[in-house]
Ligand binder design. Structure first.
Ligand SMILES: NC(=O)c1ccc[n+]([C@@H]2O[C@H](COP(=O)([O-])OP(=O)(O)OC[C@H]3O[C@@H](n4cnc5c(N)ncnc54)[C@H](O)[C@@H]3O)[C@@H](O)[C@H]2O)c1
Length: 329
């Protein structure tokens, strides 16, 4: 099969592209390089530079490469920016998706896998978040992911396309230093950034109703996430029509304080974190139920938080050699 991966030069997309190539699939990546790094891609991948919202380009790529399935990762993804620029987020994440789906329908592509996010749930007050947990997003980013799911499922049902919406929890780590997340919007690179500058990592609130008072999150290794895409792609490959909506997490909560302790240990930076006031919109606990993933695909994540932090640290040090504790002495 030939898969088109939009946003395939991105942090997650490059891992998905590598996993698919390693599994023997043909992969075409469509990326506008707005935040992607093409050097992340293996040689076997065909790279097309351009927008996933460009209908003419899509018609050409889907036809020329006889694409049989699409993995759609290209999107705007920063929560804070989405609050300031909702129109940009709706245009990129919804209007762009509409154009892509129109092209997919016209080309007769039968499989579509959509990158969604735990942000669709908002801040539910539950022990484990299941796919049936009501979706009440609290920012435009989460809204566009939820509306994107609706668009994908409705199009799939109307046109006989097998679809899957994967709701990623907190993604971390890398399968190689050159594949690392280069942004500083997620907690792991954010803490690395503070430590590298000799500043104390920040904990936002330690008075939550959790065992150590700090927020609890579910972290998933990006290499596991890529494996999950492959498992889902295989499932879509054998079924005709139907839609899957799946959480992708480990089903295990880790507190912010515990995560920072692992980071301090792995990085060799002993600086104690400082506690600052709570941030608006942070849930005390957000942990996935992975029961549906296990039931539908027999799939579970294999890598733990320490391996996420160790691999992420290698990637960080590749770009910031001054970060190594011994380099600072
Ligand atoms: N990183 C996370 O923790 C996380 C969590 C939940 C969901 N997601 C979702 O996963 C997807 C990938 O995230 P990521 O962390 O790899 O982000 P990323 O910014 O590293 O990758 C996005 C890629 O898409 C490309 N791109 C953006 N707009 C495009 C367009 N219109 N046309 C073509 N290419 C375009 C960028 O150049 C980049 O290569 C996104 O949909 C994001 O919302 C990410």
């Amino acid at each position: 099969m030939t898969w088109l991966i939009t946003g395939g030069a991105g942090y997650i997309g490059a891992h998905v592209a590598r996993a698919m190539v390693a599994a023997g699939e043909r992969v075409v990546v469509l990326d506008d390089r707005s935040s992607g790094i093409v050097d992340r891609l293996p040689e076997a991948v065909t790279l097309v530079e351009g927008s996933a919202g460009d209908r003419e380009l899509l018609d050409r790529v889907l036809g020329e490469h006889a694409v049989s399935g699409v993995v759609h990762l290209a999107a705007k993804k920063q929560v804070g920016e989405s609050v300031e620029k909702p129109l940009l987020y709706y245009r990129e994440n919804i209007a762009g998706l509409t154009v892509l789906l129109e092209a997919v329908v016209a080309a007769g592509v039968r499989r579509f896998l959509f990158s969604s996010s735990a942000a669709v749930y908002g801040v539910p007050d539950v022990d484990l978040i299941a796919e049936e947990t009501p979706c009440l997003p609290i920012n435009p980013y989460g809204e566009t992911k939820l509306a994107g799911e609706w668009l994908v499922r409705a199009t799939g049902r109307a046109h006989g396309i097998s679809t899957a919406c994967l709701r990623y929890f907190n993604v971390a780590g890398s399968a190689g230093p050159e594949l690392a997340d280069t942004g500083v919007f997620n907690i792991v690179p954010m803490v690395f950034d503070r430590l590298t500058r000799g500043e104390a990592p920040r904990i936002f609130g330690d008075d939550y109703p959790t065992p150590d008072g700090t927020c609890i999150r579910d972290y998933i290794h990006v290499a596991d996430l890529a494996d999950a895409h492959l498992a889902v792609a295989r499932k879509l490959g054998v079924r005709e029509g139907g839609d899957l909506t799946l959480n992708v997490g480990r089903g295990e909560g880790v507190s912010v304080r515990k995560l920072i302790d692992v980071i301090r240990e792995v990085s060799g930076h002993p600086v104690e974190p400082v506690v600052e006031p709570r941030r608006a919109g942070d849930a005390a606990k957000a942990v996935a139920s992975d029961a549906r993933m296990v039931r539908e695909l027999g799939w579970t994540a294999r890598r733990d938080v320490r391996s996420m932090v160790e691999s992420a640290w290698e990637g960080w040090c590749l770009r910031h050699p001054e970060a190594r504790a011994d380099a600072r002495k």
